[in-house]
Design a protein around this ligand. Structure first.
Ligand code: AMP
Length: 302
């Protein structure tokens, strides 16, 4: 099944209580594509970077089955740069710097052979760009998943609501769900947000797992208790890549498939947070992923 991914490909500088990085490679679409590549291939990537972006990284994601034909390289411009600092519990973070650079005027061009994709992952990006992608596809994919963040709620709420109205699944964290709905109780927040359009809503709660809402039903997947958590950056994107990757692999969009996908997404996110940046997403095996999936099962079975 074909999966189209759009989102940021970026330089990140991250500070956690356990360490600090200079510029490393990140961006929503990097995490999503790598994570999804364990379930389906090729991953068709639409994104933009500047002339400062290392070709070796592009080659390395290509070797994982990511088609980079749709990755634009603006040689005279700089790549998107984001810097964030985590608090001690790692569940909350402050954005220190967001330099849009090439993302400021990104025109998402969709290569012809990415048309007719069956599954679409709209990773974190300006909602105007996300909308353009939906409009430029000749056929509507079977399932569209949207990820976003408080940054866009603060500066582009109207466009964000427009794109939310056109997707099937929205993934946000608990703080963002409260901001978007104006409701503190997550159940109420979820009902209000689904009225904006999406049939499914996933509220991510960091180390406390994620909840899938659909009509009046909900399903909760905890997060694994890990020996070491170094860097939560990209966990949400890695989750989304595993979630939609699994759905695309099964080619089914019913509630039960989405429940399993939620657990696969959580398993992939558990690998992401064990190392800084995307490092841990390059050399996983199918067996490791299955083992983690089974650990979830053991943890909740009674
Ligand atoms: P997550 O930890 O899953 O929320 O995602 C972190 C990634 O999102 C980082 O690698 C950043 O480069 C990227 N990111 C942060 N802010 C933005 C933004 N405003 N637009 C697009 N990507 C962003």
């Amino acid at each position: 099944m074909s999966l189209l991914v759009i989102g940021s490909v970026a330089f990140d500088a991250i500070e956690t209580p356990f360490g600090k990085t200079d510029k490393i490679i990140g961006g929503a679409a990097s995490y999503i594509s790598l994570s999804a590549s364990y379930f389906v291939k090729p991953i068709n990537l639409v994104a933009v970077v500047g002339g400062d972006f290392p070709q070796e990284y592009i080659d390395s994601i290509r070797s994982k089955g990511v088609d980079t034909k749709g990755l634009q390289i603006k040689s005279t411009e700089k790549s998107f740069f984001w810097s964030g600092k985590y608090n001690y519990d790692l569940n909350s973070r402050d954005t220190l710097i967001t330099e849009l650079n090439v993302l400021g005027n990104f025109d998402p061009i969709i290569p012809d052979d990415y048309q007719n994709c069956e599954y679409l992952m709209l990773g974190n990006l300006s909602p105007d760009v996300q909308l353009k992608v939906i409009e430029r596809l000749h056929n509507r994919p079977k399932l569209i998943v949207l990820d976003t963040m408080n940054f866009w709620m603060d500066i582009a709420l109207d466009s964000l609501k427009q794109v939310i109205s056109k997707v099937d699944v929205l993934t946000i964290n608990d703080e963002e769900a409260r901001q978007l709905s104006g409701e503190y109780q997550l159940k109420k927040a979820a009902q209000k947000i689904m009225l904006l359009g999406p049939k499914y809503l996933i509220i991510k709660k960091g180390e406390h797992g994620a909840i899938l809402f659909h009509e009046d039903r909900s399903f909760y997947a905890p997060a694994l208790l890990l020996d070491q958590v170094f860097d939560p950056t990209g966990a949400g994107d890695t989750f989304a890549g595993g979630f939609l990757g699994y759905i695309a692999k099964k080619d089914k969009t019913d509630f039960d498939t989405l429940k399993k996908a939620l657990v696969y997404g959580s398993a992939m996110a558990s690998f992401c947070v064990e190392k800084f940046g995307t490092e841990n997403l390059f050399n996983l095996t199918e067996q490791q992923i299955e083992d983690r999936f089974n650990q979830f099962r053991i943890m909740v079975e009674f």
